[in-house]
Write a protein that binds this ligand. Structure first.
Ligand code: PMP
Ligand code: GLN
Length: 379
């Protein structure tokens, strides 16, 4: 039997490769983005409570109403927009599912989707599996700011959507209000939708997160994704959501209901209770700002040149003073020889552009960061 691959260029994701290698050789894993500390004990207690109370059958297709209501309150409080929990907020099996459902709902064969690269690794396969054509526009080297004239030049009559991500994985850059204004100018008068990946909305480390939902024009043409995995240190729970207006939300749900139908029930109950206390998400930026500042201080004096990090829990660093090797080879070698696993940035580019930059995840216990830094100082 012969199967013609729908994704011939795709192998196993870098996150699986690097975490696997780190485990195999016993390296400190600063590669895949997940915390090595636990979530609030109150949150696990809540899940245990709902499990024991028998909330173990299918949740409603769009998500538990109480959780959608809490998401609507948070969205209004933070971004000043009112969305209907009934029709415009959908709980998903992680932001990954939400991103896929958004692309599948919008993109037809031959449609173009503008992607700013480097970009998170699930974007391009989602577009390609739906017959879309990714049009990659590089972020500006060094600052990873958006090159708006280049985005404008990439738009065509076939452009169906623009995918953005702020705070940005892998680079840690963030969109400013001026960026949103440029984006709004660019799409005004078109049918271009915005797929806005805001999974790090609560890990904006210098100033406020500029959600597209704040913008007077953009919010109505956007599908916005978030992830409780990132916000509450529970990446393994895979619960996220999508917020979108009217027809966009309707089309989104049509895909969601057949992609996964619904998301894990007791965890939705627990998240609804936990989200009711706004302190639980308002404390997140301070927590990660301390981690970022600590990690950057720890790496001072190494041969890595740290690039700015304004958001996410990733720090990118140029290693040109250390080696002329390719980033993938260096990441493998550092894992095996020094015992610190990282992610090479080239994997986030469609054509594997290699700027000799590695990504470190600093969502780790202080002692993990200290041990890693001690090893990196030996280089
Ligand atoms: N988008 C970005 C930018 C991410 O870093 C991640 C990884 N968490 C996701 C989406 C997927 O989120 P989830 O784990 O909730 O599927
Ligand atoms: N978002 C995480 C990262 O960027 C990884 C998620 C995954 O393993 N798919 O590292």
């Amino acid at each position: 039997m012969r199967i013609e691959s729908k994704l011939p260029q795709v192998g196993t994701t870098i996150f699986t490769v690097m975490s696997g290698l780190a485990a195999q050789v016993g390296a400190i894993n600063l590669s895949q983005g997940f915390p090595d500390f636990d979530c609030a004990p109150e949150l696990t207690e809540l899940v245990a409570k709902y499990l024991r109370q028998g909330f173990n059958q299918y949740a409603p297709m769009p998500g538990l109403l109480a959780l959608r209501e809490r998401i609507a309150e948070k969205t209004e409080r933070l971004y000043g927009r009112v969305f209907s929990p009934d029709t415009e907020i959908t709980v998903t099996s992680g932001a990954t599912e939400a991103l896929y459902a958004a692309v599948a709902a919008l993109v037809r064969p031959g449609d173009e989707v503008i992607v700013l690269e480097p970009c998170y690794d699930c974007y391009l396969p989602a577009i390609e599996l739906n017959g879309g054509v990714p049009v990659c526009v590089p972020l500006r080297p060094g600052t990873y700011a958006v090159d708006w004239p280049a985005v404008r030049a990439a738009c065509s009559l076939r452009t169906r959507a623009i995918m953005i991500n702020s705070p940005h994985n892998p680079t840690g850059s963030v969109l400013t209000w001026a960026d949103l204004a440029q984006l709004a100018d660019l799409v005004r008068g078109t049918d271009i939708c915005i797929i806005s990946d805001e999974v790090y909305e609560h890990i904006c480390l210098d100033g406020e997160h500029q959600s597209v939902l704040r913008h007077p024009d953009l919010w109505q043409r956007s599908l916005v994704m978030s992830s409780f995995g990132k916000t509450f240190h529970v990446t393994g729970w895979k619960v996220g959501y999508c917020v979108a207006k009217g027809e966009l939300a309707r089309e989104f749900r049509k895909v969601h209901q057949f992609l996964t139908f619904s998301t894990v029930t007791p965890i939705q109950h627990a998240l609804a209770d936990f989200l009711a206390d706004e302190a639980n998400y308002l404390a997140v930026p301070d927590f990660f700002r301390q981690k970022r500042d600590k990690f950057r201080a720890l790496l001072a004096g190494t041969k890595f040149d740290l690039l700015p990090c304004h958001g996410t829990y990733f720090q990118v660093a140029s290693y040109t003073r250390l080696s002329s090797e390719g980033d993938y080879d260096l990441a493998l070698r550092l894992t095996r020889e020094i015992g610190v696993a990282t992610i090479p940035l080239s994997v986030f580019f469609a054509h594997r552009r290699d700027d000799h930059v590695l990504r470190f995840c600093f969502a780790k216990k202080d002692e993990t960061l200290e041990r890693a830094a001690e090893r990196l100082h030996r280089l």
